[in-house]
Design a protein around this ligand. Structure first.
Ligand SMILES: Cc1cc2nc3c(=O)[nH]c(=O)nc-3n(C[C@H](O)[C@H](O)[C@H](O)COP(=O)(O)OP(=O)(O)OC[C@H]3O[C@@H](n4cnc5c(N)ncnc54)[C@H](O)[C@@H]3O)c2cc1C
Length: 446
């Protein structure tokens, strides 16, 4: 069957797919017992390299891997091209926090990406059998000052009025759930619908599920040119040439340079995040942990300008606030991070920033003050200059889609972002919630 026919079949009757798609679905359903992430190869190199597909997805992070999975599951013929390995950039380097405050009474894009994302994590681990170390741990966000307390009181009341699941706790109540929390703090915001998962295992699980559904996952393929043709795109990598009818850009912090290959300007900039870990110790920290300092500061001034995205911790080389997130991994390491610095494509860690973050973490979980740092790492996050995700169709070129701008929350939000863009391509209609992330608002001719 040609890819054209397959697509027509799906659009005419999306609930009843072709025989090929049906076989693929059965494969996925049967994948459960075999799918433990420990069995996944570090490198998902296809046995036979394919060069033509109905849809090509560029980028093997969580956004691209989820897009490829949800497209392949719906019967589309997909190749995913990744220049490194699956999860070799931000999707493999993040803290592992997922979820939000639930669906609320009137779900918007944020509810879909967060609460919907949690549903996808549950499906992958509980129904398809991937060990992603996912658990709905909840998040405890510390409140240190009177001003932060008033800010969080108003915020929690507004969220509760919208039907969201979030609660203001006294420090005593919080310490009954998270015993290592600092008793001297003023209180905590408890978000029970937030959770955690292992970044590398999770991202590889989506790529593996895509492969099980029939997609070709081709790593070590660095895209160096993209030429629009009369019926799709010709894409060149360092190794080979590819063709497709529909192209999806899921290149994270590199959407700018990849957009330039198409002569378009995608206003996404790289923002460095950095993290540190203790040695492994028995479980002491149960929730993911945060602090109110940055959200309070950003509520007064989010620091954005024409070249700086909102909600960074630094501006013009100077710290403007302290941001904090962390958790204890299943292997026992306690990990924390939080800095968000717009430095171009500079990666590597800054010891001063790590020291500030460690001090901040110790104010919330005093135990960490006595634990030496065992390792540090960093990654580049895709921040849109206007602060909102960029998910949908780019109208400047034919059959061109993007799933990015997920900033500091793309590990939790990438799975649903990928599903929404896959649904858009599959049905030919934009899911209503993607009106908020329309690329037409900001993607321009270069
Ligand atoms: C330290 C840190 C902590 C974080 N903590 C959290 C957290 O707790 N929770 C959360 O939700 N999010 C968190 N994030 C953010 C999250 O990691 C990102 O938003 C998310 O991973 C972005 O996913 P992505 O697929 O869009 O991009 P990426 O993971 O960067 O994937 C893009 C891929 O495209 C590939 N690529 C680029 N150019 C090309 C090319 N020319 N050819 C082929 N391939 C190409 C890259 O190699 C890369 O693998 C954190 C990030 C960092 C750095």
């Amino acid at each position: 069957m040609t890819t054209d026919k397959r697509r027509q079949g799906n659009q005419a009757n999306p609930g009843k797919n072709t025989a090929t798609a049906f076989t693929r679905r059965r494969l996925i359903a049967g994948a459960g017992a075999l799918a433990a992430a420990s069995m996944l190869p570090a490198s998902l190199k296809a046995q036979t390299r394919r060069t033509e597909a109905e849809v090509i997805v560029i980028g093997g992070g969580i956004a691209g891997s989820s897009t490829a999975f949800h497209l392949a599951e719906q019967g589309h013929d997909v190749i995913l091209l990744e220049r490194g390995e699956i999860a070799s950039e931000a999707s493999g380097q993040n803290m592992g926090g997922v979820g939000g405050n639930g669906w609320g009474n009137n779900p918007d894009l944020l509810s879909y990406l967060t609460a919907g994302g949690v549903e996808i994590y549950k499906r992958m681990q509980l129904d398809l059998g991937y060990d992603m170390e996912f658990r709905l741990s909840g998040t405890m966000t510390a409140i240190a000052t009177e001003a932060e307390y008033e800010f969080q009181q108003d915020r929690v009341a507004a969220l509760q009025a919208g039907g969201y699941d979030v609660h203001l706790l006294s420090t005593r109540e919080a310490r009954a759930i998270e015993p290592e929390a600092n008793p001297d703090l003023l209180g905590f915001v408890h978000s029970p619908q937030r959770g955690q998962a292992d970044p590398v295992k999770s991202t590889r699980a989506f790529a593996h599920a895509a492969e099980m559904a029939g997609a070709a996952i081709q790593t070590g393929e660095n895209v160096v040119s993209i030429d629009p043709q009369s019926n799709g795109y010709a894409i060149r990598t360092d190794n080979s040439e590819y063709r497709c009818q529909t192209l999806v850009l899921a290149t994270g912090a590199w959407c700018g340079p990849v957009g330039n290959l198409l002569g378009i300007n995608i206003p996404i900039v790289p923002v460095r995040g950095q993290m540190w870990a203790t040695e492994s110790l028995p479980m002491r920290v149960f929730n993911t942990i945060g602090s109110s300092e940055s959200s309070y500061d950003w509520s007064i001034d989010n620091g954005s300008d024409a070249v700086t995205p909102p909600n960074c911790t630094h501006k013009n080389g100077r710290r403007t606030t302290r941001h904090l997130y962390g958790r204890q991994r299943k292997n026992g390491e306690i990990i924390f991070g939080g800095d968000r610095e717009s430095l171009g494509y500079i990666s590597g860690t800054d010891p001063d920033g790590i020291a500030v973050n460690r001090g901040h973490a110790a104010e919330v979980i005093p135990l960490v003050a006595s634990l030496p740092i065992a390792r540090t790492w960093s990654g580049l996050m895709p921040f849109a200059l206007d602060g909102s995700p960029i998910i949908g169709k780019i109208p400047l070129r034919d059959n061109l889609y993007i799933v990015s701008g997920l900033a500091s929350s793309g590990f939790g939000r990438g799975p649903m972002a990928g599903k929404l863009v896959a649904d858009y391509i599959h049905s030919g209609h934009r899911p209503g919630v993607l009106a908020e992330s329309d690329p037409a608002r900001c993607v321009t001719e270069a």
